[in-house]
Design a protein around this ligand. Structure first.
Ligand code: GTG
Length: 410
């Protein structure tokens, strides 16, 4: 493995020689409009070599720096289009798959953060919501948000049981499973914008998958949103064509609102498709500066999706859908209900909209189903009807000792 500083030539071919499928999911891929508006950070950052130390570890970031900007703070964000669009994508994804589960389903939301998806679940037939996250600070935000939603929207009519657990979900001695009653199985497991943190090593991904699969019902779904590796590779390869000195920095691409910076030219093959780190910055979301205003990006690990699909099969999880956000948007906007929701949720008045479209295309959705027979059933479209765990059993909530879950948070 060699370091960026020791390699003078710009040999981008060394990146992911075996680039998986390169689908044409991007608009403007070669004519990206990165240079259209001046970058506020280019002066201070342009000629400053960034090292690994400019990245901040994801766990540290979420444990120490994450703060809820509140609804007003959120509205003031320059990337409100990105935030609202991505929230619409998640709302559609959740709606689509929970629709297949029927009434009174249960969900385990891994990496639930500040509870940004709570309301999306409450719009569906959910009966039990359990959110887990490494950051206690974020979970406090989520609990506050839950209180607010209950009081403002539902009052005494709120029927969903909600619990929150603090845990590092890919740490080998995590206790997630001990905190949830062993007989319990969820119908749905979700993971939005956080799967990449577990790709530090194979061991971590496997631990995370054990957490997913050991509490998922047969026939249940594992859904989520992640960075699209195809798009990352494509932008990395195209970066030098964009004629902007800011993004011409080696192994770095982005625009006024975000950047993605790799630090290695070659990847250590002995680690397999794990530990491929890069720094990610997104204004107002993954946004941290040091004392002199220099940006510190947050460290993430690339998910080589094809490898992830293979690994999931070992855990009885079978891919039923994967799509870049752009394709998922185009497909689902044809549905009247989702189209209405789009115009209700998505803020189209945001400025620099082209640059924001570039950001949403960095992501993809995925959906896996547990059990080969169910994945096949879906393909052959027979009449199999999924029955949620809570309606198959008559165990009242108190038997699940939910306070056990809650007490772990104290
Ligand atoms: P974000 O979580 O910063 O903002 P919102 O979705 O607006 O959340 N992104 C995020 N993460 C974590 C990553 C990452 O780890 N890696 C990479 N590469 N990208 C990441 O996320 C913004 C964007 O950042 C994402 O879309 C990704 O592109 C990227 P939040 O403020 O919690 O709002 C969520 C929902 O809750 C919205 O619908 C709000 O309207 C609603 N909401 C917010 N506050 C409240 C409240 O107080 N009460 C109620 N009822 N609803 C609220």
């Amino acid at each position: 493995m060699s370091d960026i500083e020791n390699n003078k030539e710009d040999d981008e071919q060394n990146f992911f020689k075996s680039n998986p499928e390169e689908k044409n999911t991007e608009t403007n891929s070669k004519n990206d409009k990165y240079s259209q508006s001046p970058n506020p950070y280019s002066k201070s950052q342009k000629n400053t070599h960034q090292s690994n130390e400019d990245m901040i570890d994801g766990a540290t970031y979420y444990k120490n720096f994450i703060r809820d900007p509140g609804i007003e703070g959120r509205k003031a964000s320059r990337v409100l289009f990105v935030r609202s669009f991505n929230n619409w994508i998640k709302a559609v994804l959740i709606n689509k798959y929970t629709h297949l589960l029927g009434y009174d389903y249960s969900v385990l939301d891994l990496g639930c953060g500040r509870g940004g998806d709570l309301n999306k679940f409450f719009q569906t037939k959910v009966k039990l919501y359990v959110g887990a996250d490494i950051s206690e600070e974020s979970l406090k935000n989520a609990m506050e948000r839950l209180k607010k939603i209950k009081n403002e929207k539902y009052r005494d009519n709120f029927k969903v049981k909600c619990y929150f657990i603090t845990e590092d979900l890919s740490e080998s001695n995590n206790h997630l499973m001990e905190k949830i009653n062993s007989v319990f199985r969820f119908d749905l497991v979700t993971c939005n914008f956080s799967l990449h943190y577990h790709f530090q090593s194979e061991e971590r991904v496997r631990t995370f998958l054990v957490n997913v699969v050991s509490r998922l019902c047969d026939g249940g779904y594992f859904i989520g949103t992640i960075i699209d590796d195809n798009v990352i590779v494509k932008r990395l390869r195209n970066r030098k064509y964009n004629g902007n000195s800011y993004i011409d920095e080696k192994f770095k691409f982005g625009n006024e609102f975000y950047f993605c910076q790799f630090y290695q030219k070659r990847f250590n093959k002995s680690n397999g498709p794990y530990g491929i780190k890069y720094g990610f910055y997104l204004e107002d979301s993954l946004d941290k500066r040091d004392e002199i205003g220099q940006i510190k990006s947050v460290k993430e690990y690339l998910i080589i999706f094809e490898e992830f699909v293979k690994l999931c099969k070992e855990y009885d999880l079978y891919l039923v859908e994967k799509k870049n956000f752009l394709n998922f948007y185009q497909e689902n906007l044809k549905n009247n209900q989702y189209e209405k929701l789009f115009y209700k949720m998505v803020n189209l008045n945001s400025s620099s909209i082209n640059q924001q479209w570039e950001i949403v295309q960095l992501y993809r959705i995925f959906a896996f189903r547990k059990g080969k027979q169910f994945a096949n059933n879906e393909n052959s479209n027979n009449n199999f009807k999924y029955v949620p765990f809570l309606s198959q059993t008559n165990i009242p909530f108190t038997n699940y000792e939910p306070e056990l879950i809650q007490s772990s948070f104290k």
